[in-house]
Every structure is written in C-alpha cells, then in structure tokens.
Write a protein that binds this ligand. Structure first.
Ligand SMILES: Nc1ncnc2c1ncn2[C@@H]1O[C@H](COP(=O)(O)OP(=O)(O)OP(=O)(O)O)[C@@H](O)[C@H]1O
Ligand SMILES: [Mg+2]
Length: 232
C-alpha cells in the first residue's frame, strides 16, 4: 500500500472579508506531499503563498475544504488539540524570522521545547546539537540583533526543528540573503531531509531555488497555475 501522504488538501479555499471587500486568497487547492519531499511554492506577491503555509501548518482555518496532516483532519479541529499537534509536528520559519529579541540564540531555540515538557538537560543537549547542525556554534549567547540576516535565518531554522517536526514550512527563507547564503540554507535543508526524512514546503520568489527543486507548485491568484510538477 502506498504510504499515506504527510499532508493532503482537498478543495482548499480561504476568503478574507475586510468590511464589504472580499478577497479570495486561495481557491480550490488540491495537493499531496509525501515524507521527505521538498516542495517549492512559487508565485507573485499576493498569490496566496503565506496564506497557504499558514493553513497547512494549522495556524489559520480554511473557509472551506479540508487539510489532512498524517491522515488526521486538522481543518476542523479545536484550537487546543490543534496547538498540541502543531507544536509536535510542525516547524514554521517566518519570513521575518520572528525571533525573540530579549532572548539569546540558545534561549530562542530552547523556547518551543519548554512547552513540550522537556527537561533542562534534554533542552540543552538538543539545542547544542541543532546549533551545531546550522553552523552557529560560538553564537549561543548572541541576541538576534547581534547576528547577520543569514545567521538569524539559521536560528529560526534550528528553532523550527527543535521538536523534531515531520513537516517544516518556510516563508521566503532566502528573501533577505545573498546568493551564497541562500545556497547554504538550501544545502542545509537538503541535508536535513536526507538525514531525518523531514518534509519541507518553501514559499519563495527565488527562481534558483524553484529551478533546483524537483517538486514545485505555481500559485496565481490563489489557484494552482501549473499542476504540481514532479521529476522525482
Ligand atoms: N488578514 C487578511 N485580510 C484580508 N486580506 C488578506 C489577509 N491576509 C492576506 N490577504 C490577502 O490575500 C491575498 C494573498 O495574500 P498572501 O499574503 O497569502 O500572499 P503572498 O503570496 O504570500 O504574497 P507575498 O509574496 O507578497 O508575501 C492578498 O490579496 C492579500 O491582500
Ligand atoms: Mg507572503
């Protein structure tokens, strides 16, 4: 039997109302993502990339349609159950990193583990392992403002991986990075997929990333413009 997809959507729709003004941000999105897959979501500004990532990660609810994470419908789940599933299954790397400025690099990475009831020792070991993985050994005590954009991006990735999620969603992960740093981040993502079988979805404007990613989805005005192209 074929393996159940990590993520599946069924006629996903998201409509926003600002007073009388209606915006259909997503319109009939059907997709399936398998374990260890890297999917690039590409599309112009306003095409619905961030909206899609937020829905897939359970950070927002669709107006209609269904989302199944590991075969479990999350689109109609109450916030309490959803937040628990999200914490242990989903890592999110926000476009602006969303690091906590008052906390050190080490503390930013440990934070999500605290809510999972990990011991001090477990958190310390996992944080050290993650900071090594993303190449930030020696920066543990820095504040986010004392880091370069590329380094902040790496902290955000380490934090997203802390609870060993099955799915990592990244919104414009290379938006503020030069070509060398963008390539380094993508190399890191590829290594993590190979080592841990984690599934990544990356929303990006970066054509180089899109060209080098076997699975891509083009969004246009909230719809899939070209079907999911997979060369794998
Ligand atoms: N909270 C909201 N209320 C009303 N409309 C919204 C809201 N959030 C997003 N939209 C609208 O939904 C559409 C899709 O927005 P979204 O942020 O998903 O686009 P995007 O592809 O991520 O764009 P960008 O590349 O600029 O980040 C846009 O037309 C936007 O104006
Ligand atoms: Mg966006």
């Amino acid at each position: 039997m074929a393996e159940e997809p990590v993520l599946r959507t069924d006629e996903l729709n998201k409509t926003y109302w600002s007073g009388p003004e209606k915006t259909v941000a997503l319109d009939g999105i059907n997709l399936e993502i398998r374990k260890g897959e890297l999917l690039a979501v590409y599309g112009p500004s306003g095409s619905g990339k961030t909206t899609l990532l937020f829905l897939l990660g359970g950070f927002d609810k669709p107006t209609s349609g269904r989302i199944l994470l590991d075969g479990i419908e999350i689109s109609n789940m109450d916030e309490y159950r959803l937040s628990r599933i999200r914490r242990s299954n989903v890592g999110f790397v926000f476009q602006n990193y969303n690091l906590v400025e008052d906390l050190s690099v080490q503390e930013n990475v440990s934070l999500t583990m605290m809510f999972e009831g990990k011991t001090e020792k477990e958190m310390k070991e996992r944080t050290a392992e993650l900071l090594d993985k993303v190449g930030l050994v020696g920066k543990e005590r820095h504040r986010p403002s004392q880091l370069s954009a590329g380094e902040q991006q790496r902290v955000a990735i380490a934090r997203a991986l802390a609870n060993r999620p099955r799915l990592v969603l990244m919104d414009e992960p290379t938006g503020n990075l030069d070509q060398d740093n963008s390539r380094a981040i993508m190399q890191l993502v590829t290594n993590i997929i190979r080592a841990d079988g984690v599934t990544f979805i990356i929303a990006t404007h970066n054509l180089e990333i899109v060209q080098e990613t076997p699975s891509r989805l083009f969004l246009k005005a909230g719809q899939i413009a070209t079907d999911l192209i997979s060369h794998s």
